[in-house]
Design a protein around this ligand. Structure first.
Ligand SMILES: Nc1ncnc2c1ncn2[C@@H]1O[C@H](COP(=O)(O)OP(=O)(O)O)[C@@H](O)[C@H]1O
Ligand SMILES: [Mg+2]
Length: 248
């Protein structure tokens, strides 16, 4: 295995509040890391630093062997490096169809009458179909408006879109929070499929059984500090809960 991501002593404050107090951990290529912690522990802030929404204050982050250049780092640079984040609200255009969402902003075009650039709808639908199939996702049709799909299916669309950017790391922040129980398994399968394709995953979830089912390693963040970093096979839910609530 090779190391994809290394955080060294990352700190961040919002005004007087020290949200991250020197966070260090590393992530291997093709590893699924479960990131756990109570509300307000700093999980989302940490991920937004990696994706360039926030800058870090102190410390260093190495991605693919190179330090991420803060404060210039931004979401577009993160994408170019191979970092994708699936947000809780998924950031999809609900009225538009599946194909349009997967290729939003990078639609294949042709020149009508050799001049006017037009979106090549047929090509886009074929490519969208292929992207969905590659994920093993089940979607009735790529012509369906995304808003009419179930939460789990929308999650598949967001991941299929992320995959068009050839990511090395996909961050999923609470992907199963709003899903029906039978849909959760499907999202966990998507995480496993990313791993199978050699992509690293950071999964944030409050649902311990989900994290235990898919992760290789678990990190617990408490009040901006890493309080546990353990191989999933070598820990237990009781142990992890104790770290989350601070009983250790
Ligand atoms: N943009 C912001 N401005 C000020 N405080 C923030 C901001 N984002 C997060 N925080 C604060 O940082 C702390 C960590 O939040 P967050 O990273 O969202 O935690 P988690 O995702 O683990 O629930 C919380 O106390 C939250 O109120
Ligand atoms: Mg959060």
């Amino acid at each position: 295995m090779s190391t994809l991501l290394e955080l060294h002593n990352v700190t961040k404050r919002f005004g007087p509040v020290e949200v991250l107090k020197g966070v260090s951990f590393s992530l291997e290529a093709g590893e699924i890391l479960g990131l756990l912690g109570d509300n307000g522990a700093g999980k989302s802030t940490l991920m937004k630093i990696i994706t360039g929404i926030y800058s870090l204050e102190g410390g260093e982050i190495i991605f693919s062997g190179k330090p991420i250049p803060y404060p210039q780092h931004n979401p577009r640079e993160a994408r170019a490096l191979g970092i994708e984040m699936i947000y809780q609200d998924l950031a999809l255009a609900k009225q538009q169809d599946v194909a349009a969402n997967i290729f939003l902003g990078q639609e294949p075009t042709y020149r009508f009458l050799g001049f006017w650039p037009m979106i090549d709808k047929a090509k886009m639908e074929t490519a969208a179909q292929a992207a969905i199939a590659r994920l093993g996702a089940r979607i009735p049709s790529v012509k369906y408006p995304v808003g009419q799909l179930s939460g789990g299916q929308q999650q598949s669309v967001a991941i299929a879109r992320a995959l068009t950017f050839n990511p090395k790391l996909v961050i999923m922040d609470e992907p199963t929070a709003a899903l029906a129980v039978r849909e959760v398994e499907h999202v966990l399968d998507l995480a496993r499929e990313l791993k199978r394709q050699g992509i690293s995953v950071i999964l944030i979830s409050h649902r311990l059984p989900d994290v235990f089912a898919v992760s290789d390693r678990i990190i617990v963040l408490r009040q901006g500090t890493v309080v546990a970093d353990e191989h999933t096979a070598q820990t237990s839910m009781n142990n992890v809960v104790a770290h989350i609530v601070g009983a250790h």
